[in-house]
Design a protein around this ligand. Structure first.
Ligand code: ADP
Ligand code: ZN
Length: 614
């Protein structure tokens, strides 16, 4: 069979996406591969299709054991013999799985990196011909990456202990060069075919909002997405707890997910989400790696994450089946400070020496700065992200909040000068304040804590920005700090002058800032209506059928058929098995398993329509 035939017969897809065909043909020719593709681009197909054609077993090393279950289930649903080995299996099942592998009954075996060391596994691995080892989330081997996992270092040793070296393929969504170099070096990829596909996810709408009340904004967003599954990411466990509780009080079906919960609760909440028993999961970044729930309609970041890599990976969990979806970041300047704090406190790499740790921290700070610019610069968000990943694109996409709302460039040269001189005059008196203090002084606050310095009579910059609202003044200061026109540091984040501020005071350059024209929340979202050729009534019936099967068989709905498959059915309205096979996502096994049921729903629907809707 050809790769195209495998794709059609087992996965039900007509054509490969960008990069997939190349990667597969390189693997089949025996070459190592490093595939760098964004979340949702379709990395799994790149190793699952060749696994069906290679002579021998494919072992897939994947970091999160809790998710292997669903990955394997999805393969089995497609008629592909797959299994997994991790510490969650009981003795019996573990032994049975090893036996099935030994007897050649398994083509794709998922394993946690920790498994690679166990004697029973090594024994099997030495006996059974292994055609390929695939390392998923391969950036976990790199200390430069954002999720270094020491257990990934065991992969090398494992490979060395095999009698024959298999083809090695590695996949990641992290595109920085340091990380890619590390993956090649540490895993020992031999003259690999390295491919970076386009990072654009056209079906995702990106938005940044800076609401006065984040919680209210969140509730509004969730209500706008009624009937759709959503993920809400928070920076801390505490925020996860608070937000979940508040949402529940507001009558929204939400559960929490973070590393501080018991394994049982985590597994239960995750499952409730996968099976659409709750609408929203509120989580720290512990949630999601390897989650392939394809019908997530929106991802909200309640806090700004610490870098663009994390952001794009987390946001990218929306709309994986290709349907339109929203990615909304709720920004507040406090998020920057919280992230800085977390970077300073982070101590997870205790094997590292001090210089290395300092270098990593500097890198983290730099990444954070780039993330902050994403939220504050208000340029086309898609353009910003793609440029960060090294892609050249137009600076207008028309499908993000910056492109959709009208921002106006405002000349803030005079205000910048006033702010900097105020800091300068105070510094001359050995006084230092944070953004709030400087704002108060510029706006002529009469508060007790400033009165004692007698500023109103003696400081020329006292009250010279009375015409500006506090919020605007704070925004300008935040902008000047992120653009480095003003320094900020120390425990109390006091504002100081730096080299660029001196330039500002002396040369008085023109400084412009993008401000939202009117201060109303961005309510623009992606276009939610179904495409006009989809029969909405039929689509609803098909969803109903899927949900019944899901409940009865205990399989998540998206594993049975994705939303885009059901939409394709409601577009093409197939009435024969042949026609049903032409639906995207319907392979042989799914036709056999579900064809009759869905065809019957379609027949019934057509009959009702024909008889005038009775
Ligand atoms: P990644 O691992 O890159 O984040 P996945 O492998 O989970 O992405 O794929 C995302 C979704 O896209 C899945 O639902 C998958 O079935 C689907 N998909 C992958 N390749 C194709 C293709 N060639 N045609 C249609 N859908 C595809
Ligand atoms: Zn845009």
């Amino acid at each position: 069979m050809t790769p195209e035939q495998i794709l059609k017969q087992y996965f039900g897809y007509d054509a490969f996406r960008e990069g997939q065909a190349d990667i597969i043909s390189q693997i089949l020719s025996g070459r190592d591969v490093l595939g760098i593709m964004p979340t949702g681009a379709g990395k799994s197909i790149c190793y699952q299709v060749p696994a069906m054609l290679l002579n021998g077993l494919t072992i897939v090393i994947s970091p999160l054991i809790s998710l292997m279950h669903d990955q394997v289930r999805a393969l089995l649903e497609n008629g592909i013999p797959a299994a997994y080995l991790n510490s969650a299996l009981d003795e019996d099942t573990y032994r049975q799985t090893l036996a099935a592998v030994f007897n050649g009954r398994i083509r794709i075996l998922y394993a946690a990196p920790e498994r690679l060391e166990t004697e029973s596994f090594l024994h099997i691995a030495q006996e059974v011909p292994i055609a390929m080892v695939t390392v998923d989330e391969a950036h976990c081997v790199s200390q430069w990456g954002q999720d270094f996992r020491p257990s990934y270092m065991k992969i090398m040793e494992f490979l060395q202990r095999l009698p024959n070296r298999p083809i090695l393929s590695a996949f990641t969504a992290t595109a920085t060069k340091d990380v890619a170099d590390d993956i090649v070096r540490i895993l020992g990829l031999q003259e690999p075919y390295v491919i970076t596909t386009g990072f654009d996810r056209k079906n995702l709408y990106f938005a940044v909002e800076e609401p006065r009340d984040k919680f209210q904004a969140l509730v509004r967003i969730i209500r706008e997405h009624e009937g759709e599954a959503g993920i809400v990411y928070c920076l801390t466990r505490k925020t996860v707890e608070d937000v979940t509780e508040h949402l529940q009080e507001n009558g929204i079906q939400a559960s929490r997910y973070h590393a501080g919960l018991s394994d049982e609760e985590r597994a239960r909440n995750q499952e409730d989400f996968l099976y659409d028993r709750i609408q929203v999961i509120v989580a720290t970044n512990a949630f999601g790696m390897g989650i392939d729930k394809s019908n997530v309609g929106f991802v909200v970041h309640y806090n700004m994450p610490k870098n663009i890599e994390n952001y794009y990976q987390e946001a990218g969990r929306a709309g994986r089946d290709g349907s339109n979806a929203d990615c909304i970041l709720l920004y507040a300047p406090g998020d920057v400070r919280l992230n800085q704090f977390m970077i300073e406190r982070s101590n997870d790499n205790d094997q590292l020496d001090e210089t290395m740790r300092i270098r990593l921290r500097e890198k983290d700070q730099e990444r954070l700065k780039q993330m902050t610019f994403y939220c504050t610069r208000h340029e086309c968000l898609r353009h910003y992200i793609l440029r960060y990943f090294g892609e050249k694109t137009q600076n207008y996409c028309g499908n993000c909040s910056a492109c959709k709302t009208n921002y106006e460039k405002k000349d803030i040269s005079v205000e910048a000068l006033k702010i900097a001189s105020c800091i300068y005059r105070l510094q001359q008196r050995n006084l230092q304040f944070g953004a709030k203090g400087i704002t108060d002084i510029l706006r002529g606050s009469k508060a007790e804590k400033y009165a004692k310095f007698n500023l109103s009579d003696t400081l020329s910059t006292f009250g010279i920005m009375q015409d500006v609202t506090e919020r605007q003044c704070r925004q300008m200061i935040d902008f000047l700090v992120t653009e480095d026109w003003i320094g900020q540091g120390g425990e109390f984040k006091t504002l100081t002058l730096n080299r660029k501020s001196v330039q500002l005071l002396k040369e008085r350059p023109v400084i412009t800032m993008n401000v939202v024209k009117e201060e109303k929340p961005v309510t623009l979202r992606r276009d939610k209506s179904l495409s006009p050729d989809v029969d909405a009534g039929l689509y609803a019936r098909l969803k109903e059928e899927r949900s019944q099967i899901s409940k009865k068989e205990g399989v998540p709905a998206y594993i049975i058929f994705t939303d885009s498959s059901l939409q394709d059915m409601a577009r093409k309205v197939p009435t024969t098995e042949m026609a049903f096979l032409s639906i995207s996502g319907v392979g042989r096994v799914k036709l056999e398993k579900y064809g009759t049921r869905f065809l019957r729903v379609i027949q019934t629907y057509l009959k009702e329509q024909g008889s005038g809707g009775h």
